[in-house]
Write a new protein. Structure first.
Lengths: 110, 113
């Protein structure tokens, strides 16, 4: 079983729709959680950290469910520019050896 | 301000050859990380420098990989001799704080034939 699992997609979504991704992690000792965004053949970029209480940044909402060991990302009013691969990332312990999911590909269609 | 820069952007070598990848972190960032993504797999941690010291190199796959960060500035990752399974994208990232936001370079794509 992978340490961080994501549905690879692709998710094909019309512009303006709401889309949600889930990610599950296997290590209950995981302490920090992040969503990164990666455009084709580019570097990953931090989209948002995920806090226990849930957090929102504009059209993006991230939530953490420690009991079920999953995190989610909700994108509202999706834009064409949201098309990318979304990577779920988990940090275990006191080092920064991030554990990465394989990513979920999102395609926003006009 | 310049971001994390990596060189070369793409390298094609034959099995058994040597390749050296270079990473220039953001100025002032003491923390430097190497990651790689092998085709079809997730990104994997390789190692973490704090200034010139290796903080954690538990992700290095084997002794064909050697990373250095002389003077605590730029870092190099040498693969010698390269094998087919080393093909992938090698990302470098830096951060100002140990658990601060990571800033990634665009990656060095390595193809071993």
């Amino acid at each position: 079983r992978k340490e961080v699992e994501q549905d690879p997609g692709p998710f094909n979504v019309p512009e303006g729709a709401t889309v949600a991704f889930n990610c599950t992690y296997s290590n209950s000792a995981s302490q920090s959680f992040f969503w990164y965004r990666q455009d084709c053949r580019k570097e990953p970029k931090l989209l948002m950290s995920v806090y226990s209480s849930g957090n929102e940044d504009g059209r993006f909402t991230a939530q953490l469910n420690r009991a079920s060991q999953y995190i989610s990302l909700l994108i509202r009013d999706s834009k064409l520019s949201d098309s990318a691969t979304y990577l779920c990332v988990v940090n275990i312990g006191s080092n920064y050896q991030l554990i990465w999911g394989a990513g979920t590909k999102l395609i926003i269609k006009p | 301000e310049a971001g994390v820069t990596q060189f070369p952007s793409h390298s094609v070598i034959e099995k058994g050859q040597t390749v050296t990848l270079r990473c220039d972190p953001i100025s002032g960032h003491d923390n430097l990380y190497w990651y790689r993504r092998v085709m079809g797999k997730e990104i994997k941690f390789l190692l973490h420098f704090v200034k010139e010291s290796k903080q954690d190199e538990s992700g290095m796959p084997n002794n064909r990989f050697l990373a250095e960060r002389t003077g605590g500035t730029y870092s190099t990752l040498k693969v010698q001799p390269a094998e087919l399974e080393d093909s992938g994208v090698y990302f470098c990232a830096s951060s100002q704080l140990a658990f601060g936001e990571l800033f990634f370079g665009e990656g060095s794509r390595l193809t071993v034939l």
